[in-house]
Design a protein around this ligand. Sequence first.
Ligand code: RP5
Length: 307
Amino acid sequence: MTSFEFALLPLLFLPLILENPLTSAQMMSSLVKPGIFRHLMCRNNMYPRSSVLRYPVSDEQVFWSEPFPDYCPPAYTAPHIGGQVWADPPLPSDTFWPQWNQLDGQVNRESFHGAYNVQNGLPLNPIGRTGLTGRGSLGRWGPNHAADPIVTRWKRDDQGAIVANPTTGKNIIQMVAIQRSDNKLWAIPGGMVDPGENVSVTLKREFTEEALNFTDKANMVERFFQAGGVQVYQGYVDDFRNTDNAWMETTALNFHDEDGSQVGQLELMAGDDASNVRWTDVDSNLKLHANHADIVREVVIRRNAHW
Ligand code: RP5
């Protein structure tokens, strides 16, 4: 084999690299790593839909390994989650004994970041301090598992030609974004995984409920999702609802309509807990809820799109 042929070898594997998900270790390492990543959205602010102020936590005080003797966070669990079927009972309790770090009946209490610590009977946020104990408005103690469908297509002009950015020369990718009713921020149309539910079911359900509301093209949508997505991230979400004892984790998959003939053609309609929905150009100016923009960036890298 000549050195020129040898240099071309990686190209042979390119289709494989593009079609196969990264290993979960690779995916997590690129975004959120306990001991390195410092959450931002769940610190130094008022807890959403409450008058509870989080105890101040500086960048240096996030990790549990850093001594913080004065740390005295308030406890808060939103009254409206009491008695909900999707929520755990309060802790401590004589009758409720969650099985941490494992599948607990139908409820997945495992974290994508390995075993989390449990202190005084309560699970500890694997990233660090948030300035608040309790569950806030999250249903589960420990990880609250969500799924995020990143539905994309290429931006096209009136003639149907793909539009590239003049500076980078790379094609512009568009995603379906919803505006969340709770914080008014644009976001991936994700949602919570029900106990025992397969993530693929959650992904399609959430997208249909939040971005399509009603569609007479249900079969096409079904086929689009069944064709499979590419997993781009699995791990912690820097969600504004996180606390020291309850936090969001997600599995995010990219469903790409390459020729724009499927979901790329559908009329979007906000439903469920979304107040707006639209196709959004994706680039480095993208501002989304939590760390969703970082997750979407993984799609951009995989698709070699403009950023
Ligand atoms: C985010 O909140 C997740 O990434 C997901 O998009 C969403 C799930 O919560 P709900 O939209 O159901 O409130 O942290």
